[in-house]
Design a protein around this ligand. Sequence first.
Ligand SMILES: NC(=O)c1ccc[n+]([C@@H]2O[C@H](COP(=O)([O-])OP(=O)(O)OC[C@H]3O[C@@H](n4cnc5c(N)ncnc54)[C@H](OP(=O)(O)O)[C@@H]3O)[C@@H](O)[C@H]2O)c1
Length: 247
Amino acid sequence: MAEVSTAAAGVLAGRVVLVVGAHGALGSACVRAAAAEGATLVLLGRRVPKLNRLYDSLVSAGHTEPALYPLDLEGAGPADYERMAAAIHEGCGRLDGIIHAAAEFKGLVAFGSIPPEDLVRSLHVNVTAPMLLTQACLPLLMQSPDAAVLVAVDDPQRCQKAYWGAYPAAQAARASWAVQLGDELENTPIRVHALQPGPMRTPLRGKAYFSEDPGQWPEAAAYATDFVAALASGEGQQRAAVRALKR
Ligand SMILES: NC(=O)c1ccc[n+]([C@@H]2O[C@H](COP(=O)([O-])OP(=O)(O)OC[C@H]3O[C@@H](n4cnc5c(N)ncnc54)[C@H](OP(=O)(O)O)[C@@H]3O)[C@@H](O)[C@H]2O)c1
């Protein structure tokens, strides 16, 4: 695990941020933006080569050396997340933020044809896994003077449609959980923000809108600044509500 750099400049200098789904489109954009603001990143993703490439790009850009945490949310349970939190504590000494940017979506399929295990996987990776991971990190986050848990959520208007499988139900549950947790932790150092980006040019969107010109949508990097701002300060940030991000 990486040493926390106290020499780095930027609004996130000295903070340790765990990015879940770090090598995804939004995840990696947030990683780069947070690293540029001086954060020390813990990169959680399920594909080691992609994590390694992200690591190399941060180091070659001169950012603080990140820590890698390869983990597949599908098979991970409470004991795995306890181990992860302990490793972050041991290696980095603190945790000031989590960005939940992993998402499971296989593409458009008629409900009757979805393998039952895909329905369960979608609900688990999108909802129960981030809950369990966050629960295991709460004691560490509580020690931070100002911690933030950011949950990326999708717009119900765009995904509550035919053939989207369990994804819309999972997104609704994810948003509901984030709002409820934010309310529950109101008088603690932990802020929880449910952030809803607009359409982004990412692999996930391409699975549902394959006939659309992807060039019309912004890259995920366009929204990463909102995530960095939410990590950095509670000032002016809406809490206990889903915040739709506009571009
Ligand atoms: N794209 C949009 O237009 C849009 C709009 C609003 C909200 N969002 C939200 O933004 C977030 C990020 O989406 P995105 O568009 O950046 O999608 P993406 O590029 O497909 O990234 C999703 C990431 O989740 C990872 N993942 C999936 N299952 C996993 C598992 N079992 N364990 C660990 N990691 C796993 C994927 O890993 P692999 O690389 O191995 O597949 C991928 O890196 C999601 O919460 C999504 O709901 C997206």
